[in-house]
Ligand binder design. Structure first.
Ligand code: SF4
Length: 286
């Protein structure tokens, strides 16, 4: 018998679902809705929304219409202020977990702390967090680490990008505590539970199957991390961004398979993939 293990934590996370559903609802009432950057890192979803009237811009100056949606990653403060100044009607779908980080940063800066964000410098979520104050550094690599070390800081708060792997975050935190000489370090666990749970579940699935199919876009940072995690435990780990990817894979060697997804992968695609495997005689293990 061929078996398929489907992750329980699959499809859109709460923050992405909220942003996509709001966009869909708004587009039933208004002809055009503007946003900066993709609402969700998934070309299948973006194509659908574009057909309904979503217009994706790369900067504030390109936003010509009246209605604007802030995606779940958030938006740098300056851009938000500029949009408000231009009288745009703003629907702020910044994920509450990301908003919480903004509040931490603003409050701790007021109390005289310097902020270190562990994460990817160019990621929109990090850019939004960084815009919350002046005394903030992003720590992505060794060069950043040395720069921060040379600053002679007194009080530091460490936070992380929500999609980081917990153990990687912990490792960098340990390095900071060990090698950076400051009077006080506060560490906040800002990693989103949703992504943490997916990582754990994906790891368990990867350990027991012959192949894992990671559904989602390579542009999505949490999908990339799931792929890397699964690959550590199962060498036959495949990215599946679309049906073409799936059809190219020779399934003959695989008796037990696993299906996992990033937080920006839509249910309609997941269901189609499951149906494909059912037709190939894989039975779902409950
Ligand atoms: S992954 Fe977590 S923090 Fe990011 S949008 Fe989803 S729920 Fe929010």
């Amino acid at each position: 018998m061929k078996r398929m293990f489907i992750a329980k934590n699959i499809g859109f996370c709460f923050g992405v679902k909220r942003a996509v559903e709001t966009a869909e609802k708004l587009l039933e009432e208004i002809p055009q809705l503007y946003t900066i950057g993709d609402i969700v890192h998934n070309p299948l979803v973006i194509e659908r929304l574009k057909k309904k009237g979503l217009i994706i811009c790369s900067s504030v100056k390109d936003v010509k219409g009246d209605y604007f949606l802030v995606r779940s990653h958030g938006l740098p403060k300056k851009e938000l202020e500029e949009l408000k100044k231009n009288n745009k009607k703003i629907f702020d779908m910044t994920c509450p977990f990301v908003k919480k980080i903004h509040h931490y940063v603003e409050n701790f800066i007021k109390r005289g702390y310097h902020i270190i964000i562990i994460g990817n410098k160019t990621h929109p979520e990090v850019l939004g967090i960084k815009s919350c104050g002046e005394k903030i550094d992003v720590l992505e690599d060794k060069v950043d680490f040395e720069k921060i070390k040379s600053k002679r800081l007194k009080k530091v708060v460490v936070i992380g990008q929500t999609t980081l792997n917990f153990n990687d975050y912990l490792q960098v935190v340990k390095d900071i505590v060990k090698k950076i000489d400051v009077k006080e370090i506060l560490v906040i666990n800002t990693i989103c539970k949703v992504t943490e749970e997916r990582e754990k579940e994906s790891m368990e699935i990867a350990k027991r199957v012959d192949a894992v199919f990671v559904l989602g876009s390579k542009e999505s940072s949490n999908t990339r991390k799931l792929y890397e995690t699964c690959r550590k435990f199962c060498s036959n780990t495949f990215y599946v961004e679309n049906f073409l990817d799936l059809c190219k894979i020779n399934l003959n060697k695989f008796k037990n398979i696993g299906i996992v997804s990033g937080t920006s992968t839509p249910n309609f695609f997941i269901n189609d993939v499951i149906e494909y495997f059912r037709k190939k005689k894989y039975e779902e293990v409950k």
